[in-house]
Design a protein around this ligand. Structure first.
Ligand code: SAH
Ligand code: SF4
Ligand code: F3S
Length: 482
């Protein structure tokens, strides 16, 4: 088979649109089994649901064992080197399977596909198909291209694509909670981050399609939606309609606070969550909206990354320590002390000294996050930090600092959970707990997981739970009878 790479590099946007249109549902490809594996953030997981929805009308049936697959798609993450290594190992395993099954198609989708582009096809020869995050409508055509004996790639990044009209097919769903992508891409240029390169420019999805999707989910029995974007607070939608001469047009601009309110108004029993908020963009209007609606969950994920103003500046986060602390104060004043707050932290960023690290620890002491995602810095090729700053903190030091951050967070999580003992929370029942069917689990508004003995309650209903004890990660309680 000739390893000819078909690339869009030489085609312009109108031609690509035409190719995409050609790849409509009338493109016939043989019925086949699709196995999908997804890595990375919730947005990537949500994208896999869009991919399955695009492929279904083309004769693809999902299988959960890769041995039965005719097509294997791996939706990848490029955020840290470790994430990419995991994918490479997996690809090597799939490549082995392909030895005995030469017609099987292996495709890489998502952020690693976008970052590495045709290297994956040409130098590494591990895969047949490469599709970036904005190219999923083109997948049927890309698969047909591989069928015809060529390798296929589309890593074109769009300024418009939001997959607004596609109803995602929910994968691994509990039937109670679902994710809804409200925007794509990121226009921030945090110096450590690869996302602006893998996901392209920021664009917001039509609010009507978001409301439609959330309403549909509610009708199907879902009781919680999480609105997703790399930077949800900069959501802004204005109709892109051309104005005829002399015609006055009402510009209906919708910002994130207004979108939150619109989704909350669908039904009081539909909980609304959102992720992720950039500290610089979360406005008082958003905080007041969270406060105003009982069904908007009182929980904000507000990644700080570092407690040192010097490091924050090198990271290009556009706020300093004092400014961030003020934002936390605003949340506690406007939304209330009970609002859950979590963070992301990076240990060992370029030039970080022990003093800088101590500032991260002291910021944690001051704020006392309920929960955090914690990482050590991993240089990503092409980012501002990789080009401008030395990755000069030794790995052993990065790991030691990370461990100190993790230990502190564990202490704070336990402290926060201990404070909840004796309280009664309204919990949305999500289903059996991970450990035992006799226990069920759900979350309170502040996003804490609560496990309790199931005394005949049903998935998707709300129960009052009395908290009796806790671990660092979970509250343990009992359904409360008034
Ligand atoms: N858009 C979100 C975060 C997206 S990535 C935000 O702005 O907060 C999720 C987290 O991965 C980041 O918050 C950061 O803590 C971490 N991260 C991103 N790039 C990284 C890198 N190069 N090394 C280590 N951690 C990184
Ligand atoms: Fe990356 Fe910063 Fe954008 Fe988050 S806001 S995705 S960390 S560039
Ligand atoms: Fe990873 Fe891409 Fe998400 S790099 S974190 S999958 S946006």
């Amino acid at each position: 088979m000739e390893d000819k790479v078909l690339t869009h590099a030489a085609v312009n946007q109108p031609e690509i649109n035409e190719l995409m249109n050609e790849a409509g549902t009338d493109l016939v490809i043989n019925p086949r089994n699709l196995y999908m594996e997804s890595y990375g953030c919730q947005m990537n997981i949500a994208d896999s649901e869009v991919v399955v929805s695009i492929l279904k009308p083309h004769g693809f049936t999902l299988t959960d064992t890769y041995e039965q697959a005719d097509v294997i798609f791996i939706n990848t993450c490029a955020i840290r080197d470790k994430a990419e290594q995991t994918v490479r190992k997996r690809l090597a395993q799939f490549h082995e399977i392909k030895r005995n099954k030469p017609d099987m198609i292996i495709g890489v989708l998502g952020c690693m596909a976008e970052r590495l582009k045709k290297t994956l096809l040409e130098e590494e020869k591990l895969v047949d198909l490469v599709a970036g995050p904005d190219a999923y409508r083109d997948l049927p055509r890309l698969v047909a291209t591989v069928d015809s004996g060529h390798k296929a790639i589309n890593t074109f990044l769009s300024r418009e694509e939001t997959y607004a009209d596609i109803s995602p097919i929910r994968l691994n769903s509990n039937g109670v909670t679902a994710f809804i992508s409200i925007m794509r891409g990121c226009d921030n240029m945090c110096s450590f981050c690869v996302v602006p390169f893998t996901r392209g420019r920021e664009r917001s999805r039509d609010p009507h399609s978001i409301i439609r999707e959330a309403t549909e989910l509610f009708k199907q029995g879902y009781r919680e939606v999480t609105l997703l974007g790399q930077n949800v607070d900069s959501y802004k939608w204005s109709p892109n309609t051309e104005q005829k001469q002399g015609e006055t047009q009402q510009q209906e601009v919708v910002n994130f606070a207004q979108l939150l309110a619109l989704v909350a108004q669908i039904h009081p029993d539909l909980r609304v969550r959102f992720s992720t908020s950039h500290p610089k963009d979360i406005t008082h209007e958003v905080l007041h909206t969270i406060k105003a609606y009982d069904n908007i969950c009182k929980y904000i994920h507000l990644p700080v990354q570092s407690g040192s103003s010097r490091i924050l500046q090198l990271m290009n986060r556009t706020y300093d320590r004092a400014w961030y602390l003020q934002k936390i104060q605003d949340i506690r004043t406007i939304v209330g002390e009970g609002c859950g707050i979590s963070s992301d932290m990076i240990a060992g960023f370029c030039t970080e000294t022990d003093e800088d690290h101590q500032e991260t620890l002291s910021l944690m002491d001051q704020i006392r996050y309920d929960f955090s995602y914690m990482f050590y810095y991993s240089e990503r090729p092409g980012t501002l930090a990789a080009r401008k700053y030395p990755d000069d903190v030794p790995l052993a030091v990065k790991k030691r600092r990370l461990q100190e951050i993790i230990d502190k967070q564990r202490q704070h999580s336990l402290e926060s959970n201990t404070k909840d003992i004796g309280k009664i929370y309204r919990v949305l029942v999500e289903g059996p707990s991970k450990k035992s069917d006799a226990y069920w689990q759900g979350r309170n508004s502040a996003n804490k997981v609560i496990v309790f003995p199931n005394k005949g309650c049903e998935k998707g209903t709300y129960v009052e739970v009395y908290v009796k004890s806790c671990t660092t990660a979970t509250l343990l309680g009992e359904i409360y009878n008034k």
